[in-house]
Design a protein around this ligand. Structure first.
Ligand SMILES: [Zn+2]
Length: 238
């Protein structure tokens, strides 16, 4: 089933244009009944017909605005509000115009996606067996860390293609961080549990990856920065 949308149809009898609100897919059966096979009563010649010719169609989500999954520009929205006003002046959406009926703008969608990406710089956590967690938070990352056995590893995949990998050796962790270009930017051995948690926390917050990449092109400098960061949590196990 798809949402009902505005359809411009030409009557096969009198050739006049009329507008009908109808869904492309009306039911759950996955069958799309073509518009020329549908029966509509023509408001002009008053006859029931099949064989209508489809003209313009509003976006399927027009009447569902604001729709986060289907952003619409203000100009598009205004155009379809104009059609709605002209051909369906009593439609309930018109009484909600500007309050609960307004477009979810593409620029809002983009800002939202960016905010979401910066809130979740790590897109996936994966363990040594391939178990995955999408957009892990610190709580779940700690849970996974707590159940690691010697030889196990956790990999945090950054949205930019880099990753942080932590492996539990006998009694301490080792970590490596690889940037988006595949270059190992830092490695650490003998991390204790607390340092490992701190490393994960920083990586999940995006703190490690944000500052050097865009401003400093020099790889040597980048490595030094990374090593300084690693040093902050690289201690001998207690
Ligand atoms: Zn007609």
């Amino acid at each position: 089933m798809t949402p009902p949308r505005l359809n411009e149809l030409r009557c096969p009898g009198c050739q006049q244009i009329s507008w009908f609100i109808d869904a492309d897919y009306r039911g759950m059966d996955g069958v799309k009944l073509p518009f020329d096979k549908r029966w509509y009563t023509c408001p002009h010649c008053r006859r029931d017909h099949q064989g209508w010719t489809l003209g313009q169609q509003s976006p399927a989500e027009f009447l569902l605005q604001p729709s986060r999954s289907a952003p619409m520009s203000q100009a598009d929205f205004d155009y379809w509000v104009g059609i709605l006003r002209t051909h369906f002046p009593t439609h309930s959406a018109l009484s909600r115009l500007g309050t609960t009926f307004f477009p979810f703008l593409p620029e809002e969608a983009e800002a939202r996606a960016k905010a979401l990406a910066s809130a979740h710089p790590v897109i996936e956590m994966r363990d040594q067996d391939g178990a995955r967690c999408y957009e892990p938070d610190l709580r779940i990352a700690r849970e996974w860390l707590d159940v690691m056995k010697p030889g196990d590893s956790l990999t945090f995949w950054h949205r930019d293609g880099g990753f942080l990998q932590l492996t539990l050796d006998d009694s301490s962790y080792s970590g490596s961080c690889v940037n988006a270009t595949g270059m190992a930017v830092s490695q650490a051995l003998n991390l204790n549990a607390e340092s490992t948690r701190t490393a994960i926390e920083r990586y999940l917050s995006g703190e490690w990856t944000d500052f050097p990449r865009n401003r400093i092109a020099d790889a040597g400098f980048l490595s030094r920065i990374w090593n300084q960061l690693i040093d902050r949590f690289s201690e001998t196990p207690k």
